[in-house]
Design a protein. Structure first.
Length: 276
């Protein structure tokens, strides 16, 4: 990559940000296409978020990805938020058009694209999601559109009822689950909780209770104990690397107007994961 005086800046705002694979992914694409952009990861503490957003305007930064813990808190500092991000209540991508900042959420679209890539048919299926946090909100918005039923479980009943209530205002196929002890009739089981980030974490639900032919997925972008158990049971599985890839593809397209080379971005992610 050749940095010049005309190179435009893109960035990730998060805390912490040093573990992110997004710089490798995006800069690999720019190296392939020759587009004059550079993407950096910037550690932004929560108390510094307002100043960081002002810097986007002041420095003419073309776009920003937003990750934890800022996805919800950044919204009041933006000029506009698109309909999907407003429903989800979280922004992961900001586009700067001449100082006007518009927020988007590409996580849900990225997830659906990853399912298509894995040849997982979710239309007309009975889907159960463990977790009602931001990631679950993003994928539930899309899954509920064409699923037969979408059941959501979370130990935090406040978050669970809030997500289910929001979805029920636009869908008629959403239910809450009191527990995950009975997985009879579940076609697709998705972990949208942090359980699995550590090897010692318990599984969010027992995949051995899923019917034969079911699919087990995890939004964490590596093999987790949950997915390993599901594979032992002979189930088809997927993890969150595809979602990470495609949310980045859609974000970069918003910034540049050009669909980036996703296979180059995938290779950069895989290489980065080996490094980690």
């Amino acid at each position: 990559m050749n940095i010049t005086a005309s190179t435009r800046l893109l960035a990730l705002f998060g805390h912490p940000a040093g573990h992110s694979l997004s710089p490798q992914m995006h800069n690999a694409a720019f190296g392939q296409t020759g587009q004059d952009y550079c993407y950096l990861a910037i550690d932004v503490k929560p108390e510094d978020l307002p100043d960081a957003v002002r810097a986007v305007r002041a420095l003419g930064i073309r776009g920003v990805n937003i990750t934890v813990p800022h996805k919800e808190k950044v919204i009041p500092f933006l000029d506009e938020v698109d309909k999907e991000a407003a429903f989800i209540g979280a922004v992961n991508t900001i586009v700067n058009d001449g100082g006007r900042l518009k927020g988007y959420n590409t996580d849900g679209r990225g997830f659906i694209q990853s399912l298509a890539e894995e040849k997982i048919d979710w239309e007309g299926k009975n889907i159960l999601i463990c977790g009602a946090g931001g990631a679950s909100r993003a994928v539930s918005y899309y899954l509920s559109e064409k699923a037969r039923t979408l059941r959501i479980f979370d130990l935090d009943k406040g978050k669970l009822e809030k997500l289910a209530g929001d979805l029920k205002r636009i869908r008629n196929n959403v239910e809450t689950a009191g527990d995950v002890s009975n997985l009879e009739g579940v076609d697709i089981l998705i972990n949208a909780t942090p359980l699995g980030l550590k090897e010692t974490d318990p599984v969010p639900a027992d995949p051995l209770k899923l019917p034969p032919g079911s699919v087990a997925g995890d939004l964490i972008y590596r093999q987790t104990p949950f997915l390993r158990e599901a594979r032992k049971a002979g189930l088809k599985t997927f993890h969150g690397l595809g979602m990470l890839l495609w949310q980045g593809v859609f974000a970069q397209e918003l910034w540049t107007g050009v669909r980036p080379p996703h296979e180059v971005m995938r290779e950069a992610l895989l290489n980065g994961m080996q490094g980690h």
